[in-house]
Design a protein around this ligand. Structure first.
Ligand code: NDP
Length: 358
């Protein structure tokens, strides 16, 4: 849990928005700092671009990020800290931050469980055919057969996660009581006692897992090994009528291959909260494809999560402004190299353009 000296907000209030200001204004202005809060951050005439030359700290959220590209970092000679209010700093060009000596930090753990709950909810939403059933009620119908015709119990299914880190493990733990057969693939195998506790089977690669499950939940980072991992070939290797839930990054799947598989019935459902680009165009095919339960990028920004990442943002700022070391777990880049959590979870010079799919 974050440990700031005080909170400038009431937990439960909307904080992750322009009016909420992460509860930071009083704290920062009392120390003589200027706080500019805006959602106008795209294009050369945006408030964000205009403020960059004088900015020493940029705070952004992954849900609708202010992309800190190499060009923008070059326009911000005073920038010392790029701080993510949440988890996931791939809207920051980490290589450019490393070169410019900018510290990058995020509020590790603040919303991992929030995302895990969302993934479990979306698995159930798809498998139980919740959304079409709900729509019959809203539209005045009582079409039991229509609502039930695509609805199954999750119990007894094979469910797998790709990436057994903070979120992936939390998903495994939450799914275990459902009486499913659990599977996972992650480069680093879990300790044997954890595998036994969860009753989860390890797979040596993503393809082996994909072929063995009815539901796959994606929780790996976007990097060259996961970019477009779930393409037509991988999806076609899955059992016919499988489900994919993706709360990791949109580009781990191939957009049009997902649509094609839903239309053909190879996939019975697709859900998630990550898109490319963000926000997606109004005619993005994932908005209208069949058998989906997509949400905007909200899984990690419940009011509960907002209280945690707002507190963590303040903790990082307190340390940064006082010249103290930022908590290791929050660090992504420091002193010109990946540091802390960044050294474990991110890849410098990875070749997947930073700022995509955040
Ligand atoms: P962690 O770093 O804790 O876990 C990521 C896991 O993925 C690690 O176990 C890692 O293994 C594994 N992994 C790395 N490469 C591969 C690969 N090629 N194939 C399969 N697994 C791999 O991250 P989190 O659990 O906190 O987050 C997971 C992802 O979820 C993030 O990368 C981010 O993209 C996304 N996210 C989404 C949010 C949302 O709001 N929707 C919020 C927060 C995160 P190893 O440790 O061995 O490298």
């Amino acid at each position: 849990m974050p440990t700031p000296s005080a909170l400038g907000f009431t937990p439960g209030h909307l904080l992750g928005c322009v009016s909420g200001e992460l509860g930071l204004r009083e704290f920062l202005e009392a120390q003589g700092h200027e706080l500019v809060v805006t959602s106008d951050k795209d294009g050369p005439d945006s408030v964000f671009e205009r403020e960059l030359p004088g900015a020493e700290v940029v705070i952004s959220q992954p849900f609708w990020p202010a992309y800190l590209t190499a060009e923008r970092i070059a326009k911000a000679p005073k920038l010392k800290l790029a701080l993510t209010a949440g988890i996931g700093s791939d809207h920051v060009d980490l290589d450019a931050a490393i070169r410019a000596g900018v510290t990058v930090a995020e509020v590790t753990y603040s919303n991992s469980l929030s995302v895990a709950e969302h993934a479990v909810m979306q698995i159930l939403t798809l498998v139980r055919n919740f959304l079409p059933a709900h729509e019959w009620v809203v539209n005045g119908g009582w079409n039991i057969a229509d609502a039930a015709s695509r609805s199954y119990d999750l119990e007894g299914m094979d469910v797998g996660v790709i990436g057994a880190g903070r979120i992936g493990q939390a998903v495994l733990r939450r799914l275990a009581p459902f009486g499913v057969r659990l599977h996972y693939f992650s480069p680093m195998r879990l300790p044997t006692d954890v595998e036994h506790e969860l009753g989860t089977a390890f797979h040596p690669d993503a393809g082996s897992l994909a072929r063995s499950v009815d539901v796959v939940s994606l929780h790996a980072p976007l990097h060259p090994q996961t970019y477009h991992l779930f393409d037509r070939e991988m999806i076609n290797s899955m059992r016919r009528g499988s489900y994919i839930v993706n709360t990791a990054r949109a580009e781990i799947t191939v957009r049009d291959d997902v649509v094609e598989a839903l239309e053909s019935g190879q996939l019975a459902g697709y859900a998630g909260d990550v898109w490319y680009p963000q926000p997606p165009e109004t005619d993005h095919p994932w908005r209208s494809m069949p058998h989906q339960a997509m949400t905007p990028h909200v899984s990690g920004t419940t009011l509960s999560a907002q209280a945690r990442y707002a507190a963590g943002t303040r903790e990082v700022l307190e340390d940064f402004l006082a010249g103290r070391h930022i908590r290791e777990a929050y660090l992504i880049v420091e002193g010109g190299e990946l540091a802390g959590t960044g050294a474990k979870s991110y890849t410098a010079g990875a070749g997947v353009e930073a700022g995509r799919g955040a």
